[in-house]
Design a protein around this ligand. Structure first.
Ligand SMILES: Nc1ncnc2c1ncn2[C@@H]1O[C@H](COP(=O)(O)OP(=O)(O)O)[C@@H](O)[C@H]1O
Ligand SMILES: [Mg+2]
Length: 359
């Protein structure tokens, strides 16, 4: 297996500047997830890694090999797509063996590798079936098997779970991570699904409009988002954002808007300390304390969503949409106006969306 080192990749399609100076480091054996909204350039980046597109500028190294100008077949990379791209007229066994046959691998070696991969993926009983006789999850496992038999340096996954239903998605997600660990593989995995990103990744790369806005271990990025975009993209339900202005209330700094008054720790957010400065207060739904009848900002509750294990109240605070997680027995119902306190806030510059937290 090998590390990946991407430096300053730029890619344009005509007038569309899809990747704008992307650099990514994936250590040997690591699971990297590229996450971002549809159209931000994730698949393009993966296709550049695989050699299916050529970069306008920048370089790609696999281990200590510069592969920037190599053909796909010379890169030693295996890719698993969203559409499984299985050959319909070939059995599972033949699908698994196909790439190896093309490479003129000796038949005994092919048989051994197909056996090993099918055992790993539980495909043994399905080897003589055709793809049409397989479920979506089984097809996806065959697609992964084709990557495994290649013994590639690097595995690339492009939204491999999006054609599966929710229950199966959770299951195959776990399988992919187990497989990665077992193979000692280096993997780059693309998804627009932040739950997949958070659960699979050793390191996530949040892509926005062709730029990596932030990278790091998932929980670190979740806890300390550097931009409002990153903050809004990770977490479900999403972080709440409230417009406010900074006020100096006799030495206490407060982000205020109507009856919203959030005390700001001067040491934590030194960049925010200017009277009248426009800021965006961010708070995740689970960091909101709903305290009926006490101090705090008014929360007009429009609906309460009970999901079984937890409940969420949806409504507005200071005119902005707002969601709060409720304690199981919280006496909050639709139509209520309750007071909320914000426990753990984030603070962003209202213009640029950049976090005002001290580095
Ligand atoms: N071959 C292509 N020709 C022209 N535009 C393309 C091509 N491939 C991708 N694009 C454009 O590049 C942008 C990023 O696409 P893509 O990498 O597929 O995004 P994602 O995978 O994040 O959804 C989109 O605006 C898309 O329309
Ligand atoms: Mg895509």
């Amino acid at each position: 297996m090998a590390s990946v080192k991407v430096r300053g990749l730029n890619k344009r399609f005509g007038q569309t500047h899809v990747l704008r100076g992307v650099s990514v480091d994936v250590p040997d054996g690591s699971f990297a997830v590229l996450v971002g909204p549809s159209g931000c350039g994730k698949s393009t980046l993966l296709r550049l890694l695989a050699g299916l597109e050529e970069a306008d500028e920048g370089s790609i190294a696999l281990g200590d090999r510069d592969v920037t100008h190599l053909e796909p077949r010379d890169r030693d990379i295996a890719m698993v797509f969203q559409s499984y791209a299985l050959y319909p007229h070939l059995t599972v066994r033949e699908n698994l063996a196909f790439g190896l046959k093309l490479r003129k691998t000796p038949p005994a070696e092919i048989e051994a590798r197909v056996k090993e991969a099918s055992e790993m993926l539980g495909l043994g009983p399905l080897l003589d079936r055709y793809p049409r006789a397989l479920s979506g999850g089984q097809r996806q496992r065959v697609a992964m098997g084709r990557a495994i038999v290649r013994r590639a340096q690097l595995f690339l996954f492009d939204e491999p779970l999006s054609n599966l239903d929710a229950a199966l998605r959770a299951q195959v997600r776990v399988d992919i991570r187990k497989l990665h660990d077992r193979l000692g593989a280096t993997s780059v995995y693309v998804t627009h699904d932040q739950v997949e990103a958070m659960t699979l990744a050793d390191e996530i790369f949040v892509l926005n409009k062709g730029v990596v806005e932030q990278s790091g271990p998932p929980l670190e990025v979740f806890a300390r988002p550097r931009t409002q975009f990153v903050a809004s993209f990770l977490g479900s339900p999403a972080m709440n954002f409230l417009d406010a202005r900074m006020e100096d209330r006799g030495g206490r700094w407060v982000a205020a808007h109507g009856d919203l008054a959030v005390e700001i720790d001067a040491a934590e957010f030194p960049g925010a300390l200017a009277p009248g400065r426009r800021v965006t207060v961010g708070v995740r739904p689970h960091e909101v304390e709903v305290a009926p009848g006490q101090e705090g900002a008014s929360f007009q509750v429009a609906i309460v969503e009970a999901l079984g294990a937890e409940s969420y109240a949806h409504g507005t605070v200071a005119g902005a949409p707002f969601v709060a997680r409720l304690e199981p027995a919280a006496p909050v119902a639709k139509g209520d106006t309750v007071k909320v306190a914000l426990r753990q806030v984030h603070l962003f510059d209202a213009e640029s969306g950049v976090s005002l937290r001290a580095a």
